[in-house]
Each structure stands twice: as C-alpha cells, then as structure tokens.
Design a protein around this ligand. Structure first.
Ligand SMILES: [Zn+2]
Length: 437
C-alpha cells in the first residue's frame, strides 16, 4: 500500500483524548505511562510505544480498573446506566464485561450509515429478530423445553432460538420460527451465519415461505460463503456483515458494495501486517481503541482477528472515504492453518476454496500436525465430498481426508469454527509496527 487512509476531521483529536484519559486516570493503564513518550510526541509515535491490551489483561484487571474518573460500577449498575454480561466460551475465554446499552446503540446507529440498505431501512426503534445460540445473546431454555414467544421478547427484539444445539432442531422448531417471523414481522433479521443457514435450508426443504425482512445482518461468526448462499435461497433481503465485539462495539460494517468500512466515530483501528514471508501484503491483525465509553476505556485491544486492507489508492465503489477500508475480515488469528510449505491459510482463503464446491453445506478443517489435515462436511449431493477433498488437498498440498457428517458441532461458546489449529498463534507471525494505516 502506498497511500494512507483518510479519517474524519476530529479523529486524531478523539484518539488523543482517549489516550490521554486512559493514561492519566484509568487504573488499568497505570503501567503504560512509563513508556508513553508524552503528549508533545506525535500521536502515532505515542501509540506505537504502548503495549497491546488483550482478553487476559481485561480479565486480570477486572471491570473497575477500566472505568473513567467519576464512574463507579456499583452506582452505574444500581441506577441502570450499565449492566454486566458474560461472554460465553471455555474457562479460558469466558469473561464478564460491563454493558453500556446507550453507547452500544449509538455505535450501532453510526454503523448503519455505512451501508445503503441499512440507512434506507430507517432503522432506529425497528423490530428485530435474532437467530443465534442463546450463549451468544438471548434467552436460553433452562430445561431444554421450548419457551413461549413472550418469554423471548425483550424490548424491540425477538430471540427466535432458545436451544443450545441447533443441529438437533426438530421441524416443529423450524415451523415455529417461520410462524413467529410472520407474526413479528421484523425489519431486520440478525443472526449467526450457521444458524441462519440451518434455518433457511430446512425451511426451504419443508416448502415454507419466510417473512422477508428489509435487511439480514450476520454477526458472531465468520460469514462463510457456503452458509450465505443457503440463506439467500430463503431470503431476498440484502445481507450485511457486521464486525464488532462486546468490548469495542460495532467496528467494521460491510457496505452495499461488499467492502468493510471503519465506524470511525466510535473506534480507532490500528493494523499490524503479517510477516512478509507469508506473502500476503495487506493482511494483518487489528487493535481497537473505542471512543466515548466511560464504563470501559479500551485502548489498543488486540481482538484476535485478521483483516485484508483495501489499498487506499483503490477506493471502494460505494464512495465512502472515511477510515480504513477492508476487502475482507479474514477470520480469527487462532483459526489460521498452514499448508505443506508452511504458508499461512486464513479462514477467508479456506472458505473461498471450499465454497468453490457446489452443495457443500457445512465444513470444518482441522490441522493435526504440520503435514496432516482432516475435515468433516455436510453435503447435499453425492460426489461433493470427493470434490471437497480434492479442493482442500490442492489448497494444502497434501491429502485431506474428509468425513461426511450430519452436522458440524458448535464450540463450547455456541459458535462454529471453519478451521481449527491449536498451535497456530504466534507473535512471530506478525512484523512491523502496529499503527493506524
Ligand atoms: Zn464501500
């Protein structure tokens, strides 16, 4: 990349004031002061001198350590300014975070301006249906039995699914979700790609016609092409991928032309490229600084995801020019795999290859060793499994045995992964400074 991205006028000021606030008065960043070159130094230089924050730091410091001055956790909870939420996952991944609904709403509303379909749908107090694992958001069934619709209505939201295992949904559940969409008539249907695809696939097989929302938003998981094409068979609405996290709000939003644009009024994004030996210029990890959330001052948070930047000299067709533009969110750093030559394969690259085989409905690749890969897949046609094995073998440069399965199980978190490689993450995968691109 030759040029630099353009940012809104007040971006540098917001970045600097968040930095000053954190370093001067937020306990979690006390140790960072020693390495700060000081307010007279250029912003990029100051940022580059500081460490990154990660989930382990968030857990170790606790919620109080991230509050801006004048904010007390007990008081905020008591008057309903904030709530606490637990993120799902294994013991290592689980975390309790403060949830500032007003700030989240503002971050989300700003993200809607980054997609024409979202902007035109007049979103504000719209009815929204969610189709996710109840571990991600919503209302889990305490005993595995169905919950009445009224129990799953919260404010303007309807949580369509209360069951932990979407692979075991009976047809009665599919029919109920179709009926509830008809009755609730949501403007937006938001969900995890896996659950949206499972619902879409089965409702088409059952000959059911779904209520058509104005917009479908995918979140929570990597938006696999094989899943989205199943969603498109049941829904005509445009599909928008929203990239963000509980910690940092809505960060990147997919525009109507397919690129991801930075929600620059609410988040600063820094980028560190993958090491040059991987031969993927423009692909790297990101660190997030959020703007204006006094209940969690978040600086340089290493969220654990890879993006592929679009060169600033090649603007997106939609015409938006503020902030970074990514051609793709490439998936989690922890989900990268490696081919036989040791070259890194991102989830997006894997997905592009797997989705080249028609009638692959779900898949997951596991790298067991540097030269050993296995996969499992759900296929809608005889022959697809052999084609998938050939495509993956070509991608990795070795034999990949693919097992035909009825469904890919979810992780402990309730989310689905397309690739697993326990030993993949290493700081040595990246090189050069983490900076605003
Ligand atoms: Zn665009």
């Amino acid at each position: 990349m030759k040029g630099l991205y353009r940012y809104p006028e007040d971006y540098a000021l917001r970045s600097a004031s968040e930095l000053d606030l954190a370093l001067s008065a937020v306990p979690a960043y006390r140790d960072w002061r020693a390495v700060d070159p000081g307010p007279q130094a250029p912003l990029d230089e100051r940022c580059a001198a500081l460490p990154l924050l990660n989930k382990a730091h968030l857990r170790a410091h606790g919620l109080e350590a991230f509050l801006a001055p004048g904010h007390a956790l007990a008081e905020g909870l008591a008057r309903g300014a904030i709530d606490t939420v637990s993120t799902s996952g294994t013991t290592d991944e689980q975390m309790v975070l403060t949830w500032n609904q007003a700030w989240w709403n503002a971050s989300e509303a700003a993200s809607w301006t980054l997609n024409r379909h979202a902007a035109q749908a007049g979103l504000a107090d719209h009815a929204e249906a969610l189709l996710t694992s109840p571990l991600s958001t919503g209302v889990p069934s305490p005993d595995g039995k169905p919950l009445a619709m009224l129990r799953r209505r919260l404010g303007r939201f309807l949580y369509l699914n209360e069951h932990l295992d979407s692979a075991a949904w009976p047809d009665t559940h599919i029919r109920r979700m179709v009926r509830e969409l008809d009755a609730f008539r949501p403007v937006v249907l938001e969900g995890s790609p896996t659950l949206l695809a499972r619902f879409a696939r089965r409702s088409v097989e059952l000959g059911l016609r779904c209520w058509q929302p104005r917009l479908i938003v995918t979140s929570y998981e990597f938006p696999s092409r094989v899943l989205l094409r199943q969603v498109r068979r049941a829904f005509d609405a445009p599909i928008m991928s929203s990239y963000g996290c509980t910690e940092a709000g809505c960060v990147l939003t997919q525009c109507e032309a397919g690129c991801f644009h930075q929600n620059a009024a609410f988040a600063r994004v820094e980028f560190q490229p993958l090491a040059a030996r991987f031969g993927k210029p423009g692909v790297g990890r990101i660190a997030l600084t959020s703007f204006g959330n006094p209940w969690r001052v978040l600086l340089r948070f290493d969220v654990g995801d890879l993006v592929r930047l679009r060169p600033p000299e090649t603007p997106c067709a939609c015409g938006r020019t503020d902030g970074i533009v990514a051609d793709a969110v490439e998936g989690r750093v922890n989900d990268v795999t490696f081919d036989a030559r040791g070259q890194l394969v991102t989830v997006d690259e894997l997905d592009r290859r797997a989705s080249g085989v028609n009638d692959v409905l779900e898949y997951q690749v596991t790298q067991n060793a540097t030269d050993s890969w296995t996969a499992c897949a759900v296929c809608g046609r005889d022959g697809a499994i052999a084609e998938l094995a050939a495509a993956l073998g070509d991608l990795y440069g070795g034999r990949v045995a693919v097992a035909l399965v009825a469904a890919i199980p979810a992780e402990v978190s309730g989310k689905h992964r397309l690739a697993r490689c326990a030993a993949s993450f290493s700081e040595a995968m990246f090189e050069g400074p983490m900076r605003a691109p």
